[in-house]
Design a protein around this ligand. Structure first.
Ligand SMILES: [Fe+2]
Length: 423
């Protein structure tokens, strides 16, 4: 008999429910930012997605609530409009989630069923989206659930402050970008295909708060020459002069509250325009996503691609990379030396999303699966690819081939950058 998939689905549900514990009903139901859905919309959407793919498509049952299909269709209803939808309020949404889970449990999808994997990952991805909403909302009464308490930070490598400006050189190589058919992957990560890379250099660690502070003090936000024309237009329109979550007095708003800026930690809550301006100020650029993935996984001398930067052990089995423990802030850069990739780059998975120079588009030979709206409708829409996963990304989701995407002006993501250079 097939192994049941319930554990993964139930683990994801436990995280979802833990996240909203302590958020008042009114705060769950209202719009906190035009960039984000009301939190309770995410709950109903998670259930509708599960009902569609597991109960309906896989199990052949009619939809439990066909009347809600449009309300929870993420593609048809942009986030900015979701506040006006007739979405289920809290009690009803929780009841709907439970009812869908009940009928899916009765179907008992097997552990190797790709649609069950898709649904479990989908709920995990929404946990990160909900954390972005909570970060923007800055609710006084909410704090991260203690069952997902931050893990202790590392000690730093040899006590040496790290800088994102320290570069590692890589040779020209032929590199297999993307992932094959063996493991679960989203359609946009496939097929694996060879790309030719010129020699390049990439940051050993992500750009740190210390690096960013120096950029600000150096007038980085006041000098148009470092910015692309669109970037400068964005900066002026937003009157941006520091990362979104920075406060006066070198403090930063974290999910767990206001803290002193940790100078050794990666900068987060910057948009792609800011990332590019920082890189240009230093005569550098953002890496392409192919360069990023090669630096994260590939040993050009041996010609071997690792499953993870540190080797082939999954992150949950790898004690130096406890990204499943949801820390609610990035670890100080270089604090997990055992997580180094073949070229020596650190913190590539699970600390901060990293903006790349690549626009989101299909790999050669792309086939939409299982549904067009996951990736295909976004290709060519002016989105930039982000790689690596943040502290809020589940280990189930943040693989080295995973491609996230968003508009270059977005700052709500837990995203920073790693610089690169051509040689
Ligand atoms: Fe979704």
């Amino acid at each position: 008999m097939a192994v049941l998939e319930h554990t993964r689905l139930d683990d994801a549900r436990a995280q979802t429910l833990a996240l909203i514990e302590g958020v008042g009903e009114a705060d769950l139901e209202r719009v906190h930012s035009p960039l984000m859905s009301p939190l309770v919309w995410d709950l109903g959407h998670i259930a509708a997605f599960e009902d569609l793919w597991l109960a309906h498509r896989l199990g052949g049952l009619p939809l439990l609530r066909p009347d809600l299909a449009d309300v929870y269709d993420a593609f048809e209803t942009p986030r900015s409009q979701r506040g006006d939808l007739p979405y289920l309020r809290l009690t009803q949404a929780l009841r709907y989630m439970e009812a869908v889970r009940g009928r899916v449990a009765a179907l008992a999808p097997s552990a190797d069923e790709p649609l069950a994997e898709l649904v479990a990952r989908h709920e995990r991805q929404h946990a990160e989206t909900m954390l972005q909403t909570l970060a923007l909302a800055g609710l006084r009464e909410w704090s991260p659930p203690t069952s997902l308490a931050p893990s202790p930070a590392g000690d730093g490598e040899n006590g040496r402050p790290s800088s994102g400006l320290e570069l590692i050189e890589l040779p020209a190589m032929s590199f297999p970008l993307g992932t094959g058919e063996a493991a679960f992957a989203y359609d946009n990560e496939k097929p694996e295909h060879q790309v030719e890379l010129e020699c390049f250099a990439i940051g050993r660690v992500a750009v740190t708060n210390r690096d960013w502070l120096a950029f600000i003090e150096d007038g980085g936000y006041r000098q148009s020459q470092w910015w692309s024309p669109q970037g400068w237009e964005w900066r002026r329109a937003e009157d941006a002069e520091r990362p979104l979550a920075w406060l006066d007095g070198n403090r930063e708003r974290h999910l767990a509250g206001v803290v002193e800026l940790d100078l050794d930690s990666p900068v987060i809550h910057i948009c792609c325009h800011e990332a590019e301006a920082f890189a240009r100020r230093h005569g550098l650029r953002l890496p392409s996503e192919a360069e990023w993935e090669a630096a994260a996984t590939f040993d050009p001398v041996e010609g071997v691609k690792r499953a993870w930067p540190w080797g082939d052990q999954s992150p949950t089995a790898h004690e130096a990379n406890l990204i499943e423990s949801a820390r609610y802030a990035p670890l100080p850069s270089a604090s997990l030396p055992a997580g180094a990739s073949p070229c020596g780059a650190l913190g590539m998975i699970g600390d901060t999303w990293e903006w790349t120079a690549s626009e989101f588009g299909p790999y050669p030979g792309f086939r939409a699966h299982p549904y067009r709206e996951y990736s295909e409708v976004f290709f060519g829409g002016g989105y930039r690819v982000l790689r690596g996963g943040s502290f809020a990304t589940s280990a189930l989701v943040a693989t080295p081939s995973f491609r996230n995407w968003d508009f270059p002006s977005r700052r709500q993501i837990f995203a920073g950058l790693r610089v690169a250079s051509s040689r």
